[in-house]
Design a protein around this ligand. Structure first.
Ligand SMILES: [Zn+2]
Length: 339
């Protein structure tokens, strides 16, 4: 039986070295078929996919790299292997600029499930409020891993390596503990300056928004901003009131993100396509319009059920239609409670 120690021994660098084909080309993404990686700007990569969890960004430095968000648990090994290769690899497949830090934009399991593939041999960093919430999601992560083989089978039936990685995670799943997902580093306060091997990022925590632990990850040098789930670009947003969400706070947070941008800033949403500052403005407009509509409905005595079915013209072409009733219900409840 494989112990957790054995598992860790075959993860990360060792795994990349053992499994990677010799003489892998430097333009790694062409050879890495599971995720579609795009270079947004020199040394900044992202993968945008609506079925594998939140959008991921990778910031490359001279000798190491940083990854932002980690998708679902069943993808964790595949995600790490591919992201590790974005900075090039030597003739034996060892990454030239290996990942050294994972930043979670917030605790939701479609952004942190993959932590298991990175921790503990790599630093994981999140907002201080995220850590206990991540620890409490052990059952959700376990379910992601229980279904690892089937999930990968559906997502990539022809990708033998990714299927092996998912099967391996499923095999060692019993050895995992809640603490294995929990970040070892936390960001406190409104602003955290990072300099990791020359990669400089600023983390902004404005207050309750999508949750009570949102981090905006900003690279002023490269003029790229990962908004986490403070931005659902052209999609109805998940407003997680039990995790401390606030539509008023959310608007304030996005306004602060807008203030960090100019018209060249590349903005990575938590969900949806890559955008720019106009995407952030659209998020503010959506939330403001939804609050206005909810206030009118509450004042007019419109029942909650009826309000869930109303249309918001600004969001006529928005995706995540299945989330719409929850978003509308959350704001109706906030407004009803005088928030
Ligand atoms: Zn989220």
């Amino acid at each position: 039986m494989l112990t957790r120690r054995d598992f860790l021994g075959t993860s990360g660098l060792a795994l990349a070295g053992l499994l990677a084909a010799p003489a892998r080309a430097r333009r790694a993404p062409r050879d890495l078929p599971f995720f579609e990686w795009k270079e947004l700007r020199d040394g900044v990569w992202a993968t945008i996919d609506q079925s594998s969890g939140g959008n991921v960004a990778v910031f490359l430095g001279a000798r190491q790299s940083i990854i932002v968000d980690a998708k679902f648990a069943w993808l964790s090994r595949t995600l790490r292997r591919e992201a590790d290769q974005l900075g090039g690899a030597d003739s034996r497949g060892n990454p030239e600029r290996p990942l050294r830090l994972l930043i979670n934009t917030h605790h939701h399991a479609d952004h942190t499930g993959g932590n298991i593939g990175f921790s503990p041999d790599m630093d994981v960093l999140a907002h201080e409020n995220a850590a206990p919430r991540i620890e409490n999601q052990f059952d959700a992560y376990g379910r992601q891993l229980d279904g690892a083989i089937e999930s990968m089978e559906r997502a990539a039936p022809d990708n033998e390596k990714a299927r092996e990685e998912a099967a391996e995670l499923r095999r060692v799943r019993v050895h995992f503990e809640p603490g294995d997902w929990v970040p070892g580093r936390v960001a406190k306060g409104e602003r955290t300056e990072l300099d990791e091997g020359g990669i400089r990022l600023t983390l902004h925590a404005i207050g309750p928004g999508h949750t009570d632990n949102d981090l905006i990850v900003h690279s002023p040098e490269r003029n790229v901003l990962h908004a986490g789930d403070l931005l659902f670009y052209k999609r109805h947003p998940f407003i997680d009131l039990p995790s401390g969400a606030s539509s008023i706070g959310w608007i304030e947070s996005v306004k602060r993100a807008i203030a960090l941008c100019d018209d060249q800033t590349i903005v990575i949403p938590g969900h949806g396509e890559i955008t720019d500052v106009t995407g952030l403005r659209g998020q503010v407009e959506y939330l403001q319009a939804l609050r206005t509509a909810a206030k009118r409905a509450v004042e007019a005595g419109t029942p909650r059920e009826e309000f869930l079915g109303t249309d918001l013209p600004i969001a006529a072409d928005y995706g995540f239609e299945q989330i719409k009733p929850r978003a509308f219900g959350a704001v109706y409840d906030e407004v009803s409670a005088g928030k």
